[in-house]
Design a binder for this molecule. Structure first.
Ligand SMILES: Cc1ncc(COP(=O)(O)O)c(C=O)c1O
Ligand SMILES: [Zn+2]
Length: 417
């Protein structure tokens, strides 16, 4: 394994171990896993080995001792679709959808859970806990079931029923917290400390970023080693976005690519703490950001896109850095933009997103409208979770079936209407 310690995202100090599990011993900031990139570059030479289409083919850039052992499910290897009909009305020549709905628990979170569970297997942890808006919990529950570990999931009691059902079906212990995601997060942290569980929670656990970055590796491979101009990512805590940025940075660090894409951050207007911070930085006269002093102001999230409803982003600093360093846009969309994007994506591509997963397309439309995206740019929207996970909100966006009598005349009436 070529993992080479940690680096603090806030103060920039290299660390060999985290304190309290995974935080920076100097400042309490989130950690990022480092690698010996020269050693990996020699190992990879001309790219990743061929073989099974799952995330473990990227083992050279994963922080695991035994990447594939005991892991029966296929995580990753999801399709990258060229979305010609979706992009055409906007004159977009190269629009792609990375269809993360096809992971085992039907969201991108499985990439993160797989690496955290790999770490649990490496270290002998028996119980893995997580705070979740829903998808991280159903993902952990799914992969824990596949590997015989115990999952403890802390979710807001109002999480979509489909996500709760998934967790329960997989046999997780589900603690539905009478509060919001932030309450669930703090409780999970305290309980994991108290009972000695391996805490997978986003931001706190640096192994999640390592799993999610494989999404970038796959996009690169499926584009025949081209680098897109932009990758557009739906953002709540900021971990997914920072991970996808890290994936591209890793490819560059090992010499497989020589340029980086822009990473665009799409947030709901009703949950936009990260975009507000990016806006403040870009509007300030100071060209140098003091990352260790940067504060992300808490908001009161209320979006229908439950997966990105976050008051206090738990990996916000990493996401802000990624957008600023990549030169990407921070795009804020309304809930009605998000709802409208669901059937548009579904009807033009055959991919059915949950509200959070439709947000990138809503963001792309806005950026095309304001000419922030050119017609010739190669744009990848990450479709991060399936619409079946939230049929209440997705249902509101797609209309109702025709209720008819079982008679041919009724079909005729319907066709005329
Ligand atoms: C479907 C989906 N999209 C996007 C996100 C945003 O990821 P992050 O919270 O790391 O920004 C999540 C997180 O729960 C999600 O479940
Ligand atoms: Zn630090």
């Amino acid at each position: 394994m070529s993992m080479n310690g940690y680096c603090c995202i806030a103060c920039g100090t290299n660390q060999t171990v985290g304190f309290d599990g995974f935080l920076c011993p100097d400042c309490g900031g989130n950690l990022d896993i480092r690698y010996d990139y020269d050693a990996v570059a020699k190992q990879l030479d001309d790219g990743f080995p061929e073989g099974d289409r799952d995330i473990f083919r990227f083992a050279a850039l994963l922080p695991l001792d035994r990447p594939r052992s005991l892991f029966p499910l296929r995580v990753g290897g999801t399709p990258l679709y060229r979305a010609i009909r979706l992009g055409k009305p906007l004159g977009m020549q190269e629009l792609y959808l990375k269809d993360e709905t096809l992971n085992p628990s039907a969201s991108l979170k499985d990439r993160a859970s797989a690496v955290v569970i790999g770490h649990a297997l490496d270290t002998g942890a028996g119980v893995v806990s997580v705070a979740s808006t829903g998808n991280a919990g159903s993902s952990l529950a799914c992969l824990a079931a596949a590997t015989g570990l115990e999952a403890m999931v802390f979710v807001p009691a109002k999480a979509p029923p489909a996500k709760l059902t998934q967790m329960l079906a997989f046999g997780a212990r589900v603690l539905a917290v009478d509060g919001n995601y932030d309450d669930a997060y703090d409780l999970c942290l305290a309980a994991s400390r108290e009972f000695g569980w391996l805490n997978r929670s986003t931001g706190y656990n640096p192994f999640t970023r390592e799993g999610k970055k494989t999404c970038a590796f796959e996009i690169w491979q499926d584009l025949d080693r081209r680098v897109p101009d932009r990758v557009v990512v739906s953002t709540g805590d900021g971990n997914t976005l920072s991970a996808i940025w890290k994936g591209w940075c890793d490819l560059k660090a090992v010499g497989l690519i020589d340029r980086l894409p822009k990473i665009d951050c799409v947030q709901s207007a009703a949950s936009a703490a990260i975009n507000a911070t990016i806006g403040r930085i870009r509007n300030s006269d100071d060209a140098n950001v003091n990352w260790s002093a940067l504060k992300i102001r808490k908001v009161e999230a209320s979006t229908i896109a439950d997966s990105i409803a976050v008051d206090r982003p738990r990996d916000g600093l990493a996401a802000v850095k990624a957008v600023i360093q990549s030169g990407g846009e921070a795009v804020t969309v309304t809930d009605s933009d998000i709802l409208a994007a669901i059937p548009e994506i579904a009807r033009a591509s055959g991919v059915f997103p949950e509200p959070a997963a439709a947000a990138p397309w809503a963001g792309v439309k806005q950026m095309r409208g304001s000419h922030q995206i050119g017609s010739k740019e190669l744009v990848v929207c990450v479709v991060s979770g399936t619409g079946l996970k939230d049929i209440v909100n997705t249902g509101a966006a797609v209309g109702k079936p025709h209720l008819i009598k079982p008679a041919l005349g009724a079909v005729r009436d319907c066709l005329r209407a």
